[in-house]
Write a protein that binds this ligand. Sequence first.
Ligand code: ZN
Length: 299
Amino acid sequence: MSGLAGTAGLAGTQPPPAWCPPWGRQWLPVELKATCGGDKQSPVNIDRRQLQRDSGLGDIVFQGYDQAPPGTWRLANDGHTVMLSLASESASEHITISGGGLPGRYRALQLHFHWGSPVRNGSEHTLDGHQLPMELHIVHINVKYRTLAEAKGHPNGLAVLGFFFQVGLQGLMVLVGGGPPGTGDAVDLASTFRLSTLLPRTSRLSGYYRYQGSLTTPDCSEVVVWTVFEEPQLQAFVSTLHFPAAVTNNFRPPQPLRSRKVFASRAATASGGSPCRDRCQLLSPLLLLALLGPFSPTL
Ligand SMILES: [Zn+2]
């Protein structure tokens, strides 16, 4: 499905998409009706009793993830999430993923988070019906396409990596009240960092789930090859990023899987069980102040 095109007929024939208030309120009904009532929507619940093993889903090749590229990255608060733009003009600095059954090579565009509130978890995907505290999305574009608009015209146009985060053993969660960037604001990071610092350790990256889905915000384009990693990450790095306390519960709840299948990678767990074991907790109301050092306001 290509963006808004060809979806007008869905209006009135599909149930309205399920949004968790207050998130859905920030979009107009016409925006939600665009593609958001389609049959390949994200996120989904990953039911590990219903997975199909795919031995072709081996390790993903991460390139450029272990280097801090030169230049700056821009962090913007759009009132819904905090998004870190990873775009680079120079082809030699591209951060890419390939392999792992991905239909091509994909370049990192941006990353952002979904979270809950001090009293509830906020991941978008759920594992066996369990919502985890937080989820990181790293959005990549197929290198065949130059723009997001072009990529939205192709079912394999985007590849998003999803990483669950759970509260650390110390029970602390980093949410920042105040400080830049405010809604509508952007700041440039004074320096970039290795994206690998956001990821679980390498040995845990072999276990993931794969399915075909959509963007989880309007226009909900159904052009995303999703990879959701099994291993929740602790938030050791999170103090380097800002989370505006004013934004809470910025997740879309699971959408119907319909005729789709979720595939388990060669090394993933394809059976039931709590993803949290005994370590899963709700977010602590304790707010920690993030490190302000890496940030410098833009003009
Ligand atoms: Zn997202």
